[in-house]
Design a protein around this ligand. Structure first.
Ligand code: 4NP
Length: 165
């Protein structure tokens, strides 16, 4: 997307596999960043999964408690699956890992492919992906939060630089 694109409200969709661990964490953290910069009228965030197993469910209790401990409430979020309309609705569709990105690329219309990216492309870390913590211990959820917090800070700065200055 070029800096000349006029977007009134920038819409960001965080995507993982189940929409119960990584993407709701990214949703909650980025929402907090939006709120703390008083940009609720200019940037909105949602999250979704490429899979359908957990539709309607609350975030995984381990993800929710790790996020809550850092001040990010996830309790009101409910899992949903990515749908065709999302590709037109959202301006930035950010995948947590390469599998998520491949799934998105396979179903995204050609004229919206430019909206797809890895979330960690906004991070300074060497790692390209947010590892799936579903089968990990508590450390996995802390690592997700570390990565998501850093990428959220950079993403917010980049959106402001590109669209809101
Ligand atoms: P997420 O984690 O993609 O970060 O929400 C997972 C949640 C559920 C499953 C896999 C990953 N699962 O296999 O049900």
């Amino acid at each position: 997307m070029s800096s000349s694109d006029e977007i009134t409200v920038i819409k960001v969709l965080m995507v993982c596999l189940g929409n119960i661990c990584r993407s709701p964490t990214a949703h909650g953290v980025f929402q907090q960043r939006i709120n703390s910069h008083n940009l609720q009228n200019r940037i909105m965030v949602d999250s979704a999964g490429t899979g359908d197993w957990h539709i309607g469910q609350s975030p995984d209790h381990r993800a929710a408690s790790a996020a809550k401990a850092r001040g990010y409430p996830l309790d009101d979020l409910r899992a949903r699956q990515v749908q065709a309309a999302d590709f037109h609705e959202y301006d930035y569709i950010l995948a947590m890992d390469h599998e998520n990105l491949s799934e998105l690329k396979a179903s995204c219309p050609e004229d919206c492919q430019h909206k797809l990216a890895l979330f960690l492309s906004y991070s300074d870390r060497e790692e390209e992906v947010v590892p799936d913590p579903y089968y990990s211990g508590d450390d996995g959820f802390e690592l997700v939060l570390d990565m998501v917090e850093e990428a959220s800070d950079n993403l917010l700065n980049e959106l402001v630089r590109r669209h809101l200055n």
